[in-house]
Design a protein around this ligand. Structure first.
Ligand SMILES: Nc1ncnc2c1ncn2[C@@H]1O[C@H](COP(=O)(O)OP(=O)(O)OP(=O)(O)O)[C@@H](O)[C@H]1O
Ligand SMILES: [Mg+2]
Length: 230
């Protein structure tokens, strides 16, 4: 079976004037196409660092990331840029919506960065807003949306470009439990509907339980979580 994403012996250190911080110390990870994985871990354990490397936003100090079996070489900036622009959708803890763009326009940003926006793209964006319960909020600016609504736009945006993989870093960390659970449902539905691989960093046990694989990041390594990691 093909593997969508694989990490082999990833290590990451941050060098600073006052010393070196070793964050990742040999992370091995794999995700099949369309599979879900949840990563938990203490604050500062390196979860965001790992997601950034998997998504091509950052590079490892050593080790390999393979996409569809092909190494994402550290010195091949073009391949990394292509992977993060076309292969990956990101959801961050804080939504990073563009404040001067409406909800609909924000959904179309990743499409625009690849080329012209077609009527089919607009239809897809409107269908996503509808799915998110935001059909009547398409022309609202982020400042005219609630925090939960903004996060719903950010989740939908991650799927717009039909990525192979969505990386979500504490996507509901700033929402209350009820809103977080609701957005968790919407995220899982979109993931299934679109057949997209999903890596979810979360401290929410209920959300983590819904992933096929669970991992715990500690001491710079990924260990199988409560789901057995299998
Ligand atoms: N650019 C950097 N330079 C130096 N140290 C860094 C840098 N980025 C991250 N770190 C350190 O690496 C460690 C891991 O950070 P990271 O953001 O990956 O943690 P995290 O698991 O996502 O934490 P949280 O749950 O709080 O978001 C932290 O100790 C942090 O201080
Ligand atoms: Mg983090």
């Amino acid at each position: 079976m093909s593997v969508l994403l694989e990490a082999r012996d990833l290590r990451k250190s941050f060098r600073r004037a006052d010393g070196t911080v070793e964050v990742l110390r040999g992370v091995d990870f794999r995700l099949d196409p369309g599979q879900t994985a949840a990563i938990t871990g203490n604050s500062g354990s390196g979860k965001s660092t790992l997601l950034n490397i998997l998504g091509g936003l950052d590079t490892a100090t050593s080790g390999e990331v393979l996409v569809d079996g092909i190494p994402l070489a550290v010195d091949d900036r073009d391949a990394r840029v292509k992977w993060r622009a076309e292969g990956v959708g990101f959801v961050f803890q804080f939504h990073f919506l563009l404040p001067d763009f409406t909800a609909l326009e924000n959904l179309l940003v990743p499409v625009r960065s690849r080329g012209d926006v077609t009527p089919a793209d607009r239809e897809r964006a409107l269908a996503f807003l509808d799915h998110m319960g935001l059909a009547d909020r398409a022309s609202h600016l982020p400042g005219e949306l609630s925090g939960g609504e903004q996060q719903r736009v950010a989740v939908a945006r991650a799927f717009m470009n039909r990525p192979a993989l969505v990386l979500a870093d504490e996507p509901f960390g700033n929402l209350d439990a009820a809103n977080g659970a609701r957005l968790g449902d919407l995220l899982m539905t979109l993931h299934r509907q679109e057949g997209v691989g999903l890596v979810l960093v979360t401290h929410d046990e209920h959300l983590a339980e819904r992933a096929a694989r669970r991992w715990h990041l500690a001491d710079g390594r990924l260990q199988p979580g409560d789901g057995g990691g299998a």
